[in-house]
Design a protein around this ligand. Structure first.
Ligand SMILES: CC(=O)N[C@@H]([C@@H](O)[C@H](O)[C@H](O)CO)[C@@H](O)CC(=O)C(=O)O
Length: 307
C-alpha cells in the first residue's frame, strides 16, 4: 500500500478546551471566536481537539463528532492543521470517530492507548492503533503517548517499531511523557516526514533539544505568543533567551500548582485570560472557583510583563 504523506505538523499546536454551557452541554457557538483568539492573540495556527485538555474521554461519541465537525468547519482556510483525537476505550467507537474525521476533512487523527483494559505489550497496542487507522486510511495518523494519564507505560520507541508497515498513514507521535531518552530514541528512529510533537509544556526546551518538530499543549491556548518566541529563540540558537522564556512558563505553572492546578483550573484560567466563555468542566472534574483562576491570571500577566 502507498504510504499517506500528510503535511508535516510543526510549531505550536493548542490542545483545545471544550466549551460547555453553564448547564454542561457542548457550546459550539464559542468555537469560531476561540479560533480567532488563537490566531490573532496567540499566533497559534494548529489545534488538537477532543484530547485530554478537551475532556474527550468524558464526551459522548455524538458530542465528539459535533465538536470535531465545528472545529474543522470553522477552522477551514484559517488554521494550518486540525488534528482530531479519536481514541476511546472501545475500538469500535474509535473506528467510528476515525471514519467521521475523514468525512469532515480533518488534517490528522490521533489515538491514545485504551486505559481501562490496558494493552499488555507494544505489539498489542500497535494492533489496536492499526485497526483504528484502517478505518480512515487516507488520514495522517498520530500515536498519542500520555503515560501519566493512561497508566500505560510502554515505551513509545517500542510502539513505533515497524509501525509504517502496519499503518501506512502513520505521520508521527504526540509525546506527553517526561522520559526524554524514550523521546530521543523515537526522534532518532523517525523518517524525516514524521512529526514528533512534544507535550509537556513546562519542559518544551528539553523536547526541542532532543529534536521535537513542534509541541502540543494546553498552555499554548493562553501562552502561545510567548512560547512562539521561545521556539524562535531556540531555532536561532539563542539559548539564553529561550531558557528565560521557558522559565517564565515554569514560574507561572509553579504558582498555579501551588494554588492546586488541574484541568478545571486550567480551563477557567483560559476563560480569564481570553475572555471566552468556556464554561465549567464536566463531572467528575469540579469547577474551579473564579477567584483562584483570577489570581493565577494576574500572576501570569505579572510574570509575562517582567520580560
Ligand atoms: C496531562 C496534560 O494535560 N498534559 C497536557 C499539557 O499541555 C499540560 O497541561 C501542561 O504541560 C501543563 O502541565 C498535554 O500534554 C495534553 C494534551 O496535549 C491534550 O490535551 O491532549
Amino acid at each position: 500500500m502507498t504510504p499517506v504523506v500528510g503535511r508535516k505538523a510543526t510549531g505550536l499546536v493548542a490542545a483545545t478546551f471544550t466549551p460547555l454551557t453553564p448547564e454542561g452541554e457542548i457550546n459550539l457557538s464559542e468555537i469560531r471566536p476561540y479560533i480567532d483568539y488563537l490566531l490573532e492573540q496567540q499566533g497559534v495556527k494548529s489545534i488538537f481537539v477532543n484530547g485530554t485538555t478537551g475532556e474527550g474521554m468524558s464526551l459522548t461519541v455524538e458530542e465528539r463528532k459535533l465538536l470535531a465537525e465545528e472545529w474543522c468547519h470553522k477552522g477551514k482556510n484559517k488554521l494550518e492543521q486540525v488534528i482530531v483525537h479519536v481514541g476511546c476505550m472501545s475500538l469500535k467507537d474509535s473506528q467510528e470517530l476515525a471514519r467521521h474525521a475523514a468525512e469532515i476533512g480533518a488534517d490528522g487523527i490521533a489515538v491514545i492507548s485504551p486505559s481501562f483494559f490496558k494493552p499488555a505489550t507494544a505489539d498489542a497496542l500497535r494492533m489496536f492503533l492499526q485497526e483504528v487507522a484502517a478505518a480512515a486510511p487516507a488520514v495522517p495518523f498520530y500515536y498519542y503517548h500520555i503515560p501519566a494519564v493512561t497508566g500505560v507505560n510502554l515505551r513509545s520507541r517500542d510502539v513505533l517499531e515497524g509501525i509504517e508497515k502496519q499503518i501506512p498513514s502513520f505521520q508521527g507521535l504526540k509525546f506527553s511523557g517526561s522520559d526524554l531518552m524514550d523521546f530521543g530514541q523515537c526522534v532518532s528512529y523517525s523518517p524525516s516526514h514524521w512529526s514528533l510533537l512534544y507535550g509537556i509544556d513546562e519542559q518544551l526546551l528539553g523536547g526541542l533539544a532532543m529534536g521535537a518538530n513542534g509541541a502540543v499543549g494546553s498552555t499554548y491556548n493562553y501562552l502561545g505568543s510567548s512560547v512562539n518566541r521561545l521556539m524562535s529563540a531556540f531555532h536561532k540558537g539563542d539559548l539564553p533567551n529561550a531558557r528565560t522564556l521557558q522559565f517564565q512558563v515554569q514560574d507561572i505553572l509553579c504558582y498555579a500548582i501551588k494554588m492546586g492546578f488541574d484541568l478545571a483550573v486550567n480551563k477557567q484560567l483560559m476563560s480569564e485570560v481570553s475572555g471566552l466563555a468556556l464554561g465549567p468542566p464536566r463531572l467528575p472534574l469540579l469547577p474551579c472557583p473564579q477567584p483562584k483562576a483570577h489570581s493565577i491570571a494576574q500572576r501570569l500577566q505579572q510574570i509575562l510583563g517582567e520580560q
